[in-house]
Ligand binder design. Sequence first.
Ligand code: ADP
Ligand code: ZN
Ligand code: ZN
Length: 722
Amino acid sequence: MNIVRVALDLPVPKLFDYLAPDCLESDIGRRVSVPFGKGSRTGVIVGLAAASEQPDAKLKAVTAILRDMPALPADWLALCEFCASYYHTPLGEVTSFALPPMLRRGKLPRIKKALRGAFACLPSAIPITQHAATPSTPAPAPVLPQLMAAQQSAVEAIFTTNGFHAMLLHGVTGSGKTEVYLRAIDRVLARGGQALMLVPEIALTPQLEGRVAARFPGANIVCANSGMTDAARARGFIEALGGRAEIVLGTRLAVFMPLPRLQLIIVDEEHDASFKQQEGLRYSARDVAVWRAHQLNIPIVLGSATPSLETFHHAQPRSAPATVQSQTSHATFPSRGGDSSSPQGVSDSLPGSAVGRCGGGASRYRMLELPERAVAEAMPIVRIVDTRREKLQEGLSAVLLAGLQQRLERGEQSLVFLNRRGYAPVLACPPCGWVSRCRRCAANLVVHLADQRLRCHHCGFEALIPRACPDCGNVDLLPFGRGTQRLEAMLAERFPAARVLRVDRDSASTPKKWQALLATIHAGEADILVGTQMLAKGHDFPLLTLVGAVGADAALFAADFRAPERLFAQLMQVGGRSGRADLPGEVLIQTEYPEHPLYRALVDHDYARFARTQLEERRIAGFPPFSFQAMLRAEARDIEQSLVFLSAARRAAEALAHGVTLYDPVPMRLQRLMTLERGQLLVESLSRPALQAFLAKWMETLYALKMPAGLRWHLDVDPLEF
Ligand code: ADP
Ligand code: ZN
Ligand code: ZN
């Protein structure tokens, strides 16, 4: 046993063997520095072997086994192996991604002496049983609200069943979900456990950090998100690994934090698209979190006011027609195939198999409803404004304008919600037909009047707004359409006495600017807010009593079948910002489709009805969650090259595809991005295991194909974007 098997961050699906005469069983999970090519690399030891398939003469020796921090535990390695196999990504790329950058490079952060327990001198990983919880320093106990009955039973539900179980905590903003999380965390800490809480975009929600810190004053709370410095991230990782972190609060990457005493996982706003990474390792942190809870045999709570349809579907009784007719009912996660490193029987015991254990009617996930707001005020009143027969003023209806005027007079705040930043989506020259196009992408350049620029929202290209048409010299160029900057300008003109504040990714480009904007809003120093979905996330605005949504219809007929789901979530979320404290809220939705079921459901605050109609449509169309998808994408200098590769990939797939539908390669909707021409090929199956088995074989053939220079491809399992 003097050979170590090393996972290296390379785009090849294999491990690398090195000689390591002094290696020990306890070195599995350690970082190791090895010679590679002309240089050296850092990887992770994932196994030991007595012999290598490579001839001995070819084996090189490791440079150093890094024993300066505890080894990564077996369950962490298994988690990475699961991701490697499920997302068909080389293990070395996964382990590398799962480590904070500093540790990935073989370095260690400097640790202050004051930190409890110097990890550096620890000889190896601390066995879980020997490591007691860090006793919380006594601190003034916060005064806790008396739980409502629904909250109480939700907390009980988390702890009444032992072992793995997944719950959907469904309740509108203000229904007390966070309070339920905090109570559950409290119990876990009391038992000496660790809790992991995933949230979307923690940069936008330091208030949650504050709330958790205030509730657990003595606890060791570790944050994990990409906005932190390398050293801080590495320190947090080591705190978690050493068992000293009690609560880990983070964005999607936190799902990879090693936690030897993990007893509870919470995923807040589980529907949020930011849990899915769109490049590199294209994982869904929510899905991986469910797998991890299963792996560790612990409970997981998925919370949302507008759950993803996948999660909502899992929380429906299985006798519902929507599930009975589908053939997919026992495949929430795939088996690891014949791979012996997989935990035993994963495919049988994952959420999908609740059927087997609980009999016919049981759902995979338990539904925990919080039907009322915890705080006194009622839900906002949602009204539909039919704009079909009205001449709008800069896109705003008379009803909305009157509502804004009324709030101004009463000294209350309003918000006009438009999910499109910039001044106008395009600049055009009507006489000759010129429009502002990005040179690198198949997209229009957006007019940003605030800084006199044209900007591509896809690749970041920017140019000064031309004084005259580049084609014909005409100086009367016209911005077409409407973005937040234009609305802002129009509102400022229309309501000269009002303080109009725009909140979008341009005005809140740094966390500091974002905090300043929030402070302005909270201080009541703004009357009319103009904002994108940025404003919809997790913030309470006590003075806000009116929300007007404009331009929402576009999402109703978008090519992406998930667009209505996202629209509903956004409108519900943005509406939830209004009507807190003692001021009732009102939401006005401008639309040309006043009878659309999505809007009707919003009026009734009936997410479940919306979700059921959407699920029925998806069932008929054979879309997820009634089918399982993966997308192969390719990019090259010209579209032909991409499509030729995808066609070859499709031909290679034909012999392998059993129970899997192969679609035709097509150019992507945004065909050109950053000068690369992109195509995609969708594959789909009614069975997740069938899809996974196919993908495994398919990827082997693709890795073996000779790629033309300049062509890149990747696979996206459970893609969210089309
Ligand atoms: P959500 O996470 O669903 O938006 P929160 O847990 O943040 O809801 O609760 C909304 C507000 O109500 C918070 O200010 C919280 O402190 C308060 N709250 C929650 N539960 C209760 C309760 N049982 N009694 C009184 N206030 C509560
Ligand atoms: Zn561009
Ligand atoms: Zn022109």
